[in-house]
Write a protein that binds this ligand. Structure first.
Ligand code: ZN
Length: 313
């Protein structure tokens, strides 16, 4: 008991030292904070070019980018109510790695690798809504504040807590900005994502399908990188399934719009694969399916070319 009180006093004083525990309007919870909104926006803006470059650059198709931005902004218009004045940006990254993530201050990314696994716009909206949830819940700020507390506590106590928490910081080559979130934070982002996408008019089942896609990719040995920054335990899927029966999600489950699937095909899927994706500069040089397909296509073209030049059919 005495121990608990001591910890609480330590946390409270650290909390004050760090700039306080503000109540977050998105989650309704008090949380540790070291970054102001302007700090978050500046951090996101400075990391954005590095992260974009690390994931093969922006997919070089203005219309596909515009489509991702349009869907993202529709969801962000709702998220904006929780965290106004954020310069939201949505980028489709030219990478076969299966991933989506957000930087603080509203910079949201999805790879072509993940987007190509979806069938419908509501899955895209669910993914972007989840990432908007990480932004409005200020998860990176919270994680950084908690880490500095742990590190502070570790150095004071001379204990080895630091090693463990340092492991939660994922080294990406760009720095520590892409953090591994906890299960609780993932669930929080799911809840927020469901709320945002539903209010934006999308079918919340889209987020459940995203999880099924990720689970299937993991099961088939695809090992989506998304799961390294977004743990996907069975409990998360159960929680989202449960939320679908609760308001406001249940009101939307009966609504289906075939346009979402046809739009998604025409405005995104059909536009993917027209531009060669670049291999990631770091990581395992595992040939991706689309690169293999491109290679095969080139081979077919080469053979056809030979046949043509020989006058064959
Ligand atoms: Zn997440």
């Amino acid at each position: 008991m005495h121990h608990r009180v001591l910890i609480l006093i330590t946390l409270a004083s650290l909390c004050l030292a760090l700039g306080g525990c503000a109540k977050n309007p998105a989650t309704g919870k008090y949380q540790l904070s070291t970054l102001s909104k302007q700090d978050e926006i500046a951090l996101g803006a400075s990391e954005m070019p590095k992260v974009t470059q690390e994931f093969g650059g922006a997919y070089p198709d203005a219309e596909a980018q515009a489509y991702v931005r349009e869907v993202g902004m529709r969801v962000a218009a709702i998220a904006e109510r929780d965290y106004p004045g954020i310069p939201w940006e949505f980028t489709l990254l030219n990478s076969d790695v299966i991933n989506a993530f957000a930087l603080p201050g509203g910079k949201v990314f999805i790879t072509t690798g993940l987007a190509s696994k979806f069938d419908s716009e509501d899955e895209l909206a669910g993914t972007l809504g989840h990432e908007c949830g990480h932004v409005t819940a200020k998860h990176t700020d919270k994680r950084m504040a908690e880490t500095s507390i742990y590190q502070g506590a570790a150095s004071v106590a001379g204990a080895a807590i630091g090693d463990q928490t340092a492991a939660t910081l994922i080294s990406t080559g760009t720095g520590i900005i892409l953090l591994k979130f906890s299960r609780g934070e993932e669930s929080e982002a799911d809840t927020l994502g469901l709320r945002y996408m539903t209010a934006a008019g999308y079918n919340p089942r889209g987020l459940l399908r995203v999880m099924e896609v990720l689970k299937a990719s993991a099961g088939s040995g695809g090992n989506p990188e998304f799961l390294s920054t977004h743990p996907l335990p069975e409990t998360r899927i159960e929680a989202v399934t449960g939320a679908l029966g609760q308001p406001p999600c249940n009101a939307a489950t009966s609504r289906t719009d075939p346009r979402w699937a046809s739009d998604y095909r025409a405005r995104l899927l059909d536009r993917l694969g027209k531009v060669a994706s670049q291999p990631r500069p770091t990581g395992q040089p595992q040939p991706s399916p689309s690169q293999q397909q491109l290679q095969e296509r080139r081979e077919v073209e080469r053979v056809q070319q030979q046949r043509r030049s020989r006058g064959g059919g």
